[in-house]
Design a protein around this ligand. Structure first.
Ligand code: ADP
Length: 307
């Protein structure tokens, strides 16, 4: 069974802005999944819909087979959400925040204290349990958000940019914690605009851009694609038929121009030799960015602006 299935998920905000343009996505149970994309791509909107914080315009959401429209409570009990902003009461003691959240999910108070202790210890907040939330450091507040999302033992944990503004040491500790609970069986989905973060944690990935899924698959497969380049070759004359090339993939052939996908370590002489053997002379070569590369560069630019 899939942990999450989105079909044709669409969102138009009241001001007419189309944030999601029909998203299809499936996340397997037990997966560690990244939803990657530049700012404004639609990641938070998608998560907001799954967590019942935003109304969808069309399409369907199913969490462990429960349909969001028909069984919203069945969806809610299975999801723990860690939103980007700290949205707990800053003037409440840390332990109370967890116990009250457990109460909200119908967990009896005595058991709630047991659960709270388990997560506070695991997230190294136990010593801080009596203090007010506002006394915690940024990294501790982030961990409190995670503890609160896990208090009812959801099978799916969704984190929206969990490490934004978190320093590298705390980020690493958080990654380890998330990997551990994933190994214990919790399916995890996180949004990020750090490719490195997705790379170190996630097995599968979807890339969203302008409200559309532009890539969906295994992390390793995506990285392989990123290491490929596109070359546009200008030929002396248009070939009578598309050339047959061993070890190279022809992406497009228009008149006298040929677009070829190459790996970074391939031998270009070999490419030219094969073309010549088929009577084709190359008179010009240029690199073309592939679509994925462009999206990644957008994300890198945004990070530069943010820092
Ligand atoms: P991401 O999380 O990938 O940065 P969002 O889901 O926050 O992207 O936003 C997707 C698009 O929807 C953006 O263009 C954003 O400006 C727009 N948007 C988000 N929230 C609202 C809203 N409440 N009203 C109108 N437009 C919104």
């Amino acid at each position: 069974m899939s942990a999450l299935a989105l079909k044709n998920l669409t969102k138009t905000y009241r001001n007419g802005h189309v944030a999601l343009r029909g998203i299809d996505l499936e996340v397997a149970e037990g997966d560690f999944f990244a939803l990657l994309g530049p700012n404004g791509a639609g990641k938070s909107t998608a998560i907001g819909i799954i967590a019942s914080l935003v109304n969808k315009s069309a399409g369907s959401v199913a969490v462990f087979g429960r349909d969001l429209d028909r069984d919203p409570n069945g969806v809610k009990v299975n999801i723990g959400l860690v939103p980007q902003e700290f949205n707990f009461n800053q003037f409440e003691p840390v332990e109370e925040i967890l116990v009250n959240q457990a109460g909200f999910h119908g967990i009896p108070r005595r058991q709630a204290f047991v659960e709270a202790e388990k997560w506070l210890r695991q997230l190294e907040l136990w010593d801080k349990r009596r203090g007010m939330a506002r006394e915690l450091s940024g990294g501790m507040k982030r961990r409190l958000m995670i503890a609160r999302a896990l208090i009812h033992r959801p099978r799916l944990l969704i984190l929206d940019e969990p490490t934004a503004g978190v320093d590298i040491e705390i980020r690493r500790a958080m990654w380890k914690f998330l990997s551990d609970i994933n190994r214990q069986g919790v399916t995890i989905i996180l949004t990020t605009h750090y490719l490195e973060e997705a790379e170190s944690l996630c097995r599968n990935i979807a890339i969203i851009n302008h409200g559309r899924i532009v890539e969906h698959g295994g992390m390793a497969q995506l990285l392989r694609k990123l290491h490929k380049e596109h070359l546009v070759l200008n030929l002396a004359e248009a070939p009578a038929r598309p050339p047959q090339l061993k070890g190279f993939t022809v992406i497009a052939a228009n008149d006298a121009s040929l677009e070829v996908e190459i790996t970074q370590d391939c031998n270009l002489h070999d490419l030219f030799r094969q073309l010549e053997a088929q009577g084709l002379r190359v008179i010009g070569v240029r690199n073309k960015q592939n679509r994925l590369e462009r999206i990644m560069l957008d994300m890198a630019d945004q990070r530069k602006e943010a820092s």
